[in-house]
Ligand binder design. Structure first.
Ligand code: SF4
Length: 259
């Protein structure tokens, strides 16, 4: 099995390790990945250098109609749904009308599955945009990525584009006043002539310092589950993930662990 792309706007429902029965929304192109990160573990594969040339986002109205159609069929069939999740082939908040899509989605959720949550999985790079920030405040699960407190480790694991500023991301986390979930992928490996390992004591302690500072309502701790574009990545054991989770809980924060 290799990395894969989502070829539809609405995908699933699938049983998600972290979220439950999840219906996915892909706002990115159907046949290529679009992201301002290039994580070594990305299930969609490497970000291609020319991916920003075309920037083919799904039109808001097309997304709205596809979602309504799917939710109405699922409801008529009596299917269960825990969460509608923005994920897909890249970073959803890059969509130029992300806020409008969120409003449409909340309306559709309220109509068809009022008890389902709406979740966004984001790399947290667009929080400087007021419209993105305010849209994320409206969703139930605002799940933001930070894989390390160390810029050097982020550079190796996430390969962000040049304008990434970790301090700015942390300051933006604080503006949510606790209304966000921190997600961290734990991995070990070797890339660009350097080893990376965000499970060392130093890494974990400096990352927990950021948790203390930014106060997320929950911390999602997980490791790789599928094929990755970089081949020599090591999956972290469940025992180690639980050990990290215990430290986070001792610091006073709720965790969820997916091994
Ligand atoms: S931020 Fe998400 S979509 Fe972007 S490269 Fe990383 S894992 Fe892939």
């Amino acid at each position: 099995m290799g990395t894969f792309l989502f070829h539809e706007i609405i995908f699933g429902p699938v049983s998600s390790r972290r979220l439950g029965i999840s219906l996915g929304i892909n706002l990115l192109p159907e046949n290529s990945k679009l992201c301002n990160f290039n994580c070594v573990y990305c299930e969609c594969g490497w970000t291609l250098e020319n991916s920003f040339v075309k920037k083919q986002f799904q039109p808001r109205e097309k997304v709205r109609l596809a979602l309504i159609e799917k939710l109405s069929v699922m409801k008529n069939n009596g299917e269960k749904l825990d969460v509608i999740t923005f994920a897909g082939n890249g970073e959803p908040t890059l969509h130029p009308d992300f806020a409008g899509v969120i409003d449409d989605t909340l309306l559709a959720r309220n109509t068809y599955y009022p008890k389902a949550r709406v979740a966004v999985l984001s790399n947290a790079t667009r929080l400087n945009s007021d419209s993105v920030f305010n849209a994320l405040l409206k969703v139930d699960d605002n799940i933001l990525k930070l894989d390390s407190a160390r810029t050097q480790t982020i550079s190796l694991i996430n390969c962000p584009n040049n304008d990434y500023n970790k301090e700015e991301v942390i300051a933006n986390f604080m503006k949510f006043k606790g209304n966000f979930i921190l997600q961290t992928m734990f991995v070990k490996g070797h890339f660009k002539d350097h080893d990376f390992d965000n499970t060392t004591e130093y890494e974990v302690e400096s990352w927990i310092d950021i948790i203390r500072k930014t106060k997320p309502k929950m911390v999602m701790i997980y490791t790789i589950a599928r094929d990755t574009p970089l081949k020599n990545i090591e999956k972290i054991s469940l025992g180690k993930l639980n050990e990290i989770a215990r430290k986070v809980e001792l610091a006073g924060f709720k965790t969820s662990v997916s091994g």
